[in-house]
Design a protein around this ligand. Structure first.
Ligand code: GLC
Ligand code: GLC
Length: 815
């Protein structure tokens, strides 16, 4: 069953009933001011840091759900009937309803009793404010008197403190109302130089700034007293819960339309010019901004330019394949999700509160893979931020805070895969941009000293080589990519964090996954070194990769697939010898990607990749995607850590952990199996799963971190949508390995590995300033690649001059 449909021409998902299984959300903002918005206007906003600069309040896990948002109320002043044009929070029946989630904007439209309302929410680019543009139309045959009430509940900035520290916070709240603008200025009197404001384009009939005055005692957002009575009380918040509510009266003739603009914004004053009078905000700087954005023309122009900017960005790659789900994910939604994920890391979604997690080191490195083509300058900056949280020994803070860009001491370091991802992120940047100058940039370590970025990458590899266990495989430390495989932890205390508790000493737990990742990273760095005129380095990294690959072939192979690890005592993990957790997905993908067991090795070696992929198909693949492991752990295994703390089939304990699926798509493509690669791609493609929305439950336009696995009673149900490494990796898998349009250091490779039933496809790729018009088709005889009609040797398209446009014909041998 569906709850809406895609509108690809408008690049929107259209939700046609408000009661989706969970709130289906979207993100507002592209630079510094951001918000989450659900299909019923729930959500909240923040400036740069979702924890420390939270503008509005939200109640996670409230009943009913999705509580707190950008609410408008309409009241028919002749009858006293009132409703929410976004359905929530009053949940009054609407005559029709439609939510369109677009790229960084959302519109919610509805009609009730002849009053049509359409609200556009977006953040003008470069501004620290959001616009709500309400368009009201009277479709009745008689005039209508309508009261419009706006409503936001302010958060007292630090979202964590805001939900816990009531003994203080019930006394600190302060507001000002000036010229119809509501200013929220809690703590402005002391160390904050910022405030929030809530403005309206129309003359006000009234306002409220104290929550309880607006809602009335013991009432919720679903039945505010002010709305019921048709008048606000002019309350001024002193402590308690500062609120923003405007009341506007509108009279509409039959057929008439009226636009009302609301602005919610953030403003920071220079410290020396904070006050106009003792305790009074100096509004001289913010006032012109408010005036500008209350003008309909400014709003309309900014909305057009937001749309144009997305259209421009998405023009980097346009594909036209025989598969509609592929086209819309590649051309629109997957790219969009990549950039949102790049902006938010894993901090703020329906499943992450914006409070507890900063930017993950490995997460952010992987996010680069899917966003570098969309935002190369920001990718460069991100790379430098990430490298600055490295230690001189090559290790890295597991997370850092976006506002201060410093590492998180509470979590610390010791996730031994972390530094290697930086090599992959930088490689992706170099392949996309060719900007080798970044390698020479001097970047400090977070403890002592500094090195060029290239030096940082060297130390990333060195970090692994300095931590080798008894089988010659890398030591796992706290965990590797799988945060929940904690082999040195042995936690017996309820609630203790598996990631931060003291590991028991003397552990020799080793990770086959890190070995595969190291092999991949060492080959990448070898290619970078060679292209950067460091031939000797290149040879030595290549030798490191070969050596590690050989160790994996010897000690990391279980017989039919790659082992996952060796535990603290040296026993194999992910082996047929165990009864549970016999096979894990992630080493099968990453080892093949690292070139282990591929055809360029020996004959015996060559069979490893295909054998392990057969094992994956037989043991891990379900119609809902590839499970992380099988069989799931039925009970807690203290020697394995958090992984077995999850009930079977969920999260790291055997869900379809979508992040790893593209690794198996890539591995399948690498062995030339386009059917398997595309089949796996389709199984988790959100658009392809749209018809089973009642089972999938999360948004059909973005990937989710997990889909419950076969061992779970809810097999097929998705969770943790939006912020996941799945976004970047799926985009890489489909565009670079299946469609085969792959940026490399020396140019653009076009090497499709298509499913047999495809005749071909066309694509346009902007790459290093030139445009490549690509046509892929099958021929009866042998394949070839032609550039502007001239056949070239191999599959690498030579770099075209910036500004030029070249035609690439890839002819695949039919099979
Ligand atoms: C989450 C984390 C990621 C980790 C994965 C597997 O997605 O954000 O860092 O690799 O879980 O545990
Ligand atoms: C990752 C995992 C999650 C785990 C968390 C611990 O996000 O996906 O299962 O609880 O890391 O920090």
């Amino acid at each position: 069953m569906r709850y809406g449909h895609f509108d690809d021409d408008s690049r929107e998902y259209v939700i046609t009933r408000p009661d989706t299984p969970v709130p289906w959300i979207n993100y507002l903002g592209t630079d510094g001011y951001f918000g989450i918005i659900s299909n019923t206007a729930g959500g909240y906003s923040w400036h740069r840091d979702a924890r420390l600069r939270r503008l509005t309040r939200y109640r996670y896990n409230n009943v009913p759900g999705d509580c707190g948002g950008r609410y408008l109320y309409l009241r028919d002043d002749r009858t006293g009937v009132y409703w929410s044009p976004s359905w929530q929070p009053t949940r009054t029946g609407l005559d029709d309803y439609e939510c369109r989630h677009g790229l960084s904007y959302t519109t919610i439209s509805s009609a009730k009793a002849g009053i049509r309302a359409r609200t556009l929410y977006f953040v003008p680019q470069g501004e620290t404010l959001e616009v709500w543009r309400l368009t009201l139309t009277n479709e009745r045959a008689r005039p209508a008197d309508i009261s419009v009430f706006s409503s936001v509940e302010f958060a007292l900035w630090d979202a964590q403190d805001d939900t816990t520290n009531f003994q203080r916070n019930y006394s600190t709240g302060e507001v000002e109302v000036d010229g119809g603008v509501i200013y929220h200025k809690t703590e402005y009197r002391e160390r904050r130089d910022h405030f929030a404001y809530f403005a309206c384009s129309e003359p006000l009939a009234g306002f409220d700034t104290q929550r309880e005055a607006f809602l009335g005692p013991y009432r919720g957002f679903d039945s505010p007293q002010a709305v019921e009575l048709g008048r606000a009380s002019g309350s001024i918040a002193h402590g308690w819960a500062p609120y923003g509510a405007h009341h506007v009266r509108v009279t509409l003739e039959p057929g008439a339309t009226k636009e009302v603009i609301f602005l919610l914004g953030y403003w920071e004053n220079p410290r020396a010019a904070k006050f106009a009078a003792p305790g009074v905000i100096n509004k001289a700087l913010v006032r012109p901004v408010i005036e500008r954005w209350l003008r309909p023309q400014a709003v309309a122009a900014a909305f057009d330019s937001l749309k144009a900017s997305w259209a421009g960005l998405l023009g980097v790659l346009r594909v036209d394949t025989p598969d509609a789900d592929t086209n819309r994910m590649v051309n629109i939604w997957n790219a969009y999700q990549c950039l949102v994920t790049f902006n938010m890391s894993r901090s703020v979604s329906s499943f992450e509160t914006g409070i507890s997690r900063g930017m993950g080191f490995r997460d952010s490195c992987q996010d680069l893979l899917g966003s570098v083509q969309l935002a190369p300058e920001r990718a460069r900056e991100r790379i430098i931020d990430l490298a600055s949280t490295q230690f001189a020994n090559g290790g890295a803070y597991h997370q850092y805070q976006p506002l201060t860009k410093t590492g998180n001491d509470a979590i610390g370091s010791g996730f031994n895969d972390d530094p290697l991802w930086l090599v992959l992120g930088v490689a992706a940047y170099l392949k996309e941009t060719g900007d080798f100058s970044v390698l020479d940039q001097e970047i400090p370590f977070s403890d002592e000293g500094a090195a060029s970025l290239y030096g940082h990458l060297e130390r990333s590899l060195r970090y692994t080589l300095d931590r080798i266990g008894p089988h010659g495989l890398p030591l796992i430390g706290r965990a590797d990519w799988n945060d929940c495989l904690n082999l040195n932890c042995f936690s017996q205390t309820p609630g203790e964090s598996f990631q931060t508790t003291q590991n028991i000493p003397g552990g020799v737990a080793e990770s086959v996954f890190i070995a595969g990742l190291f092999t991949l990273a060492a080959r990448e760095l070898a290619a970078i070194a060679a292209a950067h005129g460091r031939g000797e380095d290149a040879d030595s990294y290549r030798a490191d990769a070969e050596k590690m690959a050989a160790v994996v072939a010897e000690h990391g192979w279980d017989g039919e697939w790659f082992l996952r690890a060796y535990d603290h005592f040296g026993n194999p993990v992910g082996s047929a010898r165990d009864t549970e957790g016999q096979i894990f997905a992630e080493p099968q993908g990453i080892c093949v990607m690292g070139g282990i067991g591929l055809a360029n090795g020996t004959e015996a070696d060559a069979s490893l990749a295909t054998r392990t992929l057969t094992s994956v198909r037989e043991r891990l693949a379900t119609p809902h995607g590839i499970m992380l492991l099988q069989p799931a752990f039925a009970s807690y295994r203290v020697e394995l850590g958090e992984i077995s703390s999850y009930p079977p089939g969920y999260k790291e304990n055997g869900s379809v952990f979508c992040h790893t699926n593209p690794w198996l798509m890539i591995a399948s493509a690498m062995v030339g199996d386009g059917d398997a690669a595309f089949d796996y791609y389709k199984r988790i493609n959100p658009s392809a799963r749209e018809p089973i929305s009642e089972l999938h439950r999360c948004e059909p336009y973005v990937y989710a971190q997990m889909i419950a696995g076969r061992d779970a009673p809810t097999h097929g149900e998705a969770k943790n949508s939006w912020l996941t490494g799945t976004a970047a990796w799926n985009l890489v898998a489909i565009t670079q390995w299946i469609l085969g349009i792959r940026p490399e250091l020396a140019g653009l490779r076009v090497e499709p590995v298509l499913p047999a039933h495809w005749a071909g496809y066309t694509a346009t790729r902007r790459f290093r300033g030139a445009t490549y018009e690509i046509t892929v088709r099958r021929a009866s005889a042998g394949g070839y690649l032609a550039v502007d009609g001239q056949r070239v040797h191999g599959t690498l398209v030579p770099l075209a001059a910036p500004g030029s446009s070249v035609r690439v014909d890839a002819v695949l041998p039919s099979r």
